[in-house]
Design a protein around this ligand. Structure first.
Ligand SMILES: Nc1ncnc2c1ncn2[C@@H]1O[C@H](COP(=O)(O)OP(=O)(O)OP(=O)(O)O)[C@@H](O)[C@H]1O
Ligand code: SF4
Ligand SMILES: [Mg+2]
Length: 328
């Protein structure tokens, strides 16, 4: 038994070339989708990852499962850096990390039966025993084993997402990246799906990297929560700590936006001005400075210097000059 995290993301960077041939397009323009993210995830735990659309959450998830190659930085799983492993060892390691996508309609091949869909991971990874394992996989996610011969269109959205979960579980992974797994579903079945994920986590000792837009969606399932803005992790903390003492002005704004039953609480909502800037040409210094309601408390340094990550308490890190005044 080691104290090393199950997954460790270190200074991860992903840039995409900008497509299109616009007259003014510079050939070297890049989308800065993920920019220097470092985060640990311990075994058996759930790390929630939130942020506005386009802030790089899915890109980070795809990097973790190996659907994308990082531009720079490293991902280590059980203490082994992925880029340093290849061949059969890498394939074995990749089996341990699976993904559930947002859209249960688009992520299942409509021409395959459920039996074929669940058998595919076994086939791809050259693992025997698909046929015998399909009934148990279906039962684990609450679907009748007798439905294995059906096609995806014969199921509801929630049932399809259960099939997506069963497919992710097929090779007994240790980590599942859940990329907004419930946001396309009816509100009435979202809670059922989260309960299913929690039960599977308990029974199988799974770890989750759970991606969502807002804090409300990750509140119940997460142990730790990371907040992303324009490709960067601006704050991370144990869940209770993040809600009790949010430090970054962006986190404070996200928390203030969570609907509360008490109507008087609404007056405390922090409304951010302006749109999210383009990740092709992100702002200098702190990327949040064009919208930050607290920049005046720090001054021009916010525009000029990127804040470093400061640890406020165990596991609570924030990147904001408000907390790094003593730095040179
Ligand atoms: N294959 C790609 N080629 C070019 N740009 C990409 C590619 N994939 C993502 N991007 C860009 O990278 C940025 C981050 O995208 P990403 O999908 O990771 O965001 P997200 O946080 O998951 O957003 P959403 O909440 O809408 O799902 C966006 O600006 C997006 O347009
Ligand atoms: S560094 Fe400055 S602009 Fe960035 S979040 Fe902190 S106060 Fe706001
Ligand atoms: Mg996404």
């Amino acid at each position: 038994m080691t104290d090393a995290p199950l997954l460790e993301i270190r200074d991860l960077v992903k840039h995409y070339p900008v497509k299109g041939r616009g007259f003014l397009r510079r050939a070297r323009e890049r989308v800065h989708a993920v920019e220097g993210v470092s985060v640990p995830l311990c075994a058996g735990r759930t790390l929630g990852l939130v942020g506005e659309s386009g802030c790089g959450k899915s890109t980070l998830g795809r990097l973790v499962v190996g659907l994308e190659e990082p531009t720079a930085g490293a991902i280590a799983f059980e203490g082994r850096t992925m880029a340093e492993i290849d061949g059969a060892s890498l394939r074995r390691l990749r089996r341990q990390i699976q993904i559930i996508f947002q859209d249960p309609y688009a992520s299942l091949n409509p021409r395959m039966t459920v039996r074929e869909i669940l058998g595919e991971p076994f086939r791809i990874h050259g693992v025997a025993g698909a046929k015998e394992k399909v009934p148990a996989l279906l039962e684990a996610v609450g679907l009748p084993a007798a439905h294995a011969g059906r096609f995806p269109h014969e199921f509801s959205g929630g049932q399809r997402q259960r099939i997506g979960i069963a497919r992710a579980l097929a090779l007994r992974p240790k980590l599942i990246v859940c990329d907004e797994p419930v946001s396309a579903l009816d509100v009435s079945i979202q809670a059922q799906m989260l309960n299913l994920l929690k039960r599977l986590q308990r029974e199988m000792g799974l770890s989750y990297l759970f991606i969502a837009h807002g804090l409300a969606a990750v509140k119940h399932i997460s142990d730790e929560i990371g907040v992303m803005y324009l490709g960067q992790l601006v704050e991370i903390a144990p869940k209770e700590r993040l809600f009790a003492a949010p430090a970054h002005p962006y986190t404070q704004a996200l928390i203030s936006a969570i609907p509360r039953p008490d109507p008087r609480a609404r007056s405390t909502r922090i409304v951010l001005e302006g749109d999210v800037p383009s990740p092709i040409d992100p702002p200098t210094g702190c990327r949040f400075h064009t919208r930050c309601p607290r920049m005046a408390e720090v001054g021009p340094r916010c525009r000029e210097e990127a804040p470093r990550s400061v640890e406020l308490s165990p596991g609570h890190r924030v990147s904001c000059h408000l907390f790094d005044r003593a730095a040179p």
